[in-house]
Design a protein around this ligand. Sequence first.
Ligand code: TMP
Length: 208
Amino acid sequence: MSGRGALIVVEGIDRSGKTTQCAKLVSALLSQGHKVEVMKFPDRTTETGKMIDAYLQRDQTLDDHVVHLLFSANRWEQCSNMLENLHKGVSLIVDRYAYSGAAYTSAKQGFTLDWCKNPDKGLPDPDLVLFLNLSSKEAESRGGYGEEIYEKVEFQKKVHNNFLQLKSKQWKVIDASQSEENVHREMLNNVNSVIENVKGQQIGKLWL
Ligand code: TMP
């Protein structure tokens, strides 16, 4: 049966396994015959993405408000492309989205969750958010953090708490400390039912 694609977001703190799981999910869905594409935010290839990348790698200092707005702009750049794909029946698996935007910036001094959500209001609303739940301690023990600016255990702990405050009815919390295969199976089951259920539904607007 034809119909629109589903917007599936995968979220979690650094090292929770998002990128590996997104790749496994896409290949499983493709082999089931679904039309599907993977996307990742930040998209470091665009002009805003290059500025974000320089900031994350500590090559450039930027005001925290500016960084937050760049991350949001980096998503808005893809908005029409995302809607076009969804309307064509392509499901999107998105590695990080506006929830990361709000959870990371609001872990900084002087930022409320509410302020942080504002610039992303109105983006396409995900049909499903798979939150890979892992404590910051466990995440750190997974081969260590890299050099990027947010990869510190105390900061990730705050981010984790912020994510949990953003939970809504579309969220499924997945225990990311399970084996890679079990996490995959749980994600795939959730995605399969959502892809079937959204076909006749309109695409909503995030946080509006
Ligand atoms: P990545 O490691 O998934 O490429 O993400 C880069 C870092 O940027 C990661 O620490 C999470 C952070 N981030 C934000 O602070 N705001 C955002 O809006 C997004 C998408 C990521």
